[in-house]
Design a protein. Sequence first.
Length: 256
Amino acid sequence: MIRVSMDDDVAEVVLDAPGRLNALDEAGLEELADALAGAEAEGVRALVLRGTGKAFCAGRDISEVDPATDDVLGFLAGRVEPVLRRLARFPAPTFAVGHGACLGVGLGLLIATDVVYLADDAKVGSPFGRLGAVLDSGGHALFVERLGAHRTLDLIYTGDLLSGAEAVRAGLFSRSFPPGEVLAATRSAARRAASGPTAAFTASKEIVAAIRDDRLGLWAAVERENQGQAALRDTADYTEGFAAFREKREPAFRGT
């Protein structure tokens, strides 16, 4: 159910099971992990993650799941979490296109992506109350951090979903676009990132993750920035960027 295409230095990873709203089972997650590993091995300079059909990803495919025998912890901790971690640590800028249902594992994939552009009418939230289940894949952390505890529990208790435009206004994700424009906007942003200094972008990605996950204060963050800058000194992007600045021309940034 996973397709991968390449456009120069940009990999596009596509969830392609529209008949089930791109819901993921164990096989689909394994395919996705392999696709991410393959793109990393190719040394791509940016990655776009999207879904086909009416939804980005409606979550876990539960069509064949028997609650009496389901190893839910094994699925979430053993299958879902490793994919989310691999995506979050991908060594190049990552972009996601969210449209239709972005729920459960689908929401987790968006959370693990660096930049998320949503269709204005995308659906984001927690439908788990209808299943008697708990919001998973990082949803609690995102909602509490951006919305606060009260709004988080409001969404969980009621099952109300935010539109893409509402989610962006609330600070959950980057930008929203009319449905017919979001894919082109995301591809354009990914191409711009791929043509930029990806080594520097990756350093910033790691610093942002440390600030978020380790709660770095100002001076600890400054120290990380200094270390990241020093580590870039011998890269082609850094050398080219400085040379271009001195010559007052636009750098091409094709090296790493």
